[in-house]
Design a protein around this ligand. Structure first.
Ligand SMILES: Nc1ncnc2c1ncn2[C@@H]1O[C@H](COP(=O)(O)OP(=O)(O)OP(=O)(O)O)[C@@H](O)[C@H]1O
Length: 250
C-alpha cells in the first residue's frame, strides 16, 4: 500500500502515472483527482491519451509507475474484475450491446460476474425503474432500439453491480444532438443519485455544459483541471486543445 496524504473528498486519485503499450509510453505522469458525486469530463486533442487513462484505471494497461487510489484504497494494477469488485464500471466507446439479444438479456449480462444472482435480479428491477424505456422495450432485440436508447441500455447495464464510479468513453459518438442530450440527462440523473461519473468526450462544449468539472489532457499529462464552466469560458481551451472545435459544436 502506498502512503500519501489522501484527499478524502476524492473518489479517484491518479498520481504521477506512467504507462502505455509495450515500449511506448502514453501516460507521462498523469495526475488528477476526481471529486465524489460529480461528473468530470476529460477533453483534449486526438491521441492525448484520454482512452488510455480509462484503460489504466480499469486495469487494462501496463502501468510502469505511479499510483491509482480509489475510495481510499490503492488499486494500482488491479484487474478489471477487481475494479468491478471495488465499485467501478466501464462503458467503452462505440456500440457494445449484443444486437440480436433482447434488451432484458443484454441488461442481465451486466450482472453475469456476480455470485449473488438474486441481488442482480433485484437490481435489474431497480435499473428498469430508473430507465422506464428499458422496461417498455424489454422483449425487443437491442438492435431495434435507437442509437441513444442502445447507449442508455449500456449505461443501465453498467449499473447492475451498483457502482460508485462509472467510466464512460465518448458516449455521444454517432448520436444525433437530441439523442446526445438524452444520454447526458441520464448521466446527470445518475450523478444526482450519488454515482460519480468520469467521461471522455470529443463533443467538448456540450459535455462541459453538463459537467461539474473538466480536465484537459495533452501528451498524457493533465494540463488543466477546473470547474467545467471555467473551462468553457477559457479561450485557451478552444484554441490550444480543441482546434476551434468548441466553436463549431451547437
Ligand atoms: N492498443 C494500442 N497499442 C498501441 N498503441 C495504442 C493502442 N491504443 C492506443 N494507442 C496509441 O496511444 C495514443 C493515445 O491513444 P488514446 O486512444 O488514449 O487517445 P485519445 O486521447 O483517447 O484519442 P482520441 O480522441 O483520438 O480517441 C495514440 O497515439 C494511439 O495510437
Amino acid at each position: 500500500m502506498h502512503i500519501w496524504e489522501a484527499d478524502m473528498s476524492a473518489m479517484l486519485e491518479l498520481k504521477n502515472l506512467y504507462g502505455g503499450y509495450g515500449k511506448i509510453t502514453i501516460l507521462n505522469g498523469t495526475t488528477f483527482s476526481i471529486p465524489r458525486g460529480t461528473i468530470t469530463t476529460v477533453i483534449g486533442p486526438n491521441g492525448a491519451g484520454k482512452s488510455t487513462v480509462f484503460k489504466a484505471i480499469f486495469g487494462m494497461l501496463d502501468i510502469q509507475s505511479g499510483s491509482i487510489m480509489f475510495d481510499g484504497e490503492d488499486v494500482t494494477r488491479s484487474t478489471p474484475k477487481q475494479m468491478i469488485g471495488h465499485g467501478v464500471t466501464y462503458v467503452p466507446q462505440g456500440r457494445n450491446v449484443i444486437p440480436q439479444l433482447s434488451v432484458w438479456h443484454n441488461l442481465e449480462m451486466g450482472g453475469i460476474t456476480s455470485s449473488d444472482q438474486p441481488s442482480v435480479k433485484r437490481r435489474m428491477e431497480l435499473v428498469m425503474d430508473q430507465f422506464p424505456m428499458l422496461r417498455k422495450f424489454k422483449d425487443r432485440k437491442a438492435i431495434e432500439l435507437s442509437g441513444g436508447q442502445q447507449k442508455q441500455l449500456e449505461i443501465a447495464r453498467s449499473l447492475l453491480l451498483d457502482p460508485k464510479l462509472v467510466l464512460i468513453d465518448e458516449p455521444s459518438i454517432g448520436l444525433s444532438p437530441n439523442l446526445v442530450q438524452e444520454v447526458f440527462e441520464t448521466l446527470k440523473t445518475l450523478r444526482d443519485e450519488g454515482v460519480t461519473i468520469l467521461m471522455v468526450e470529443q463533443n467538448a462544449k456540450a459535455a462541459l455544459a453538463m459537467s461539474d468539472d473538466g480536465i484537459v489532457l495533452e501528451l498524457g499529462q493533465m494540463r488543466m483541471h477546473e470547474r467545467a464552466d471555467v473551462l468553457l469560458g477559457d479561450p485557451r481551451v478552444g484554441q490550444l486543445f480543441l482546434g476551434g472545435h468548441m466553436e463549431e459544436v451547437a
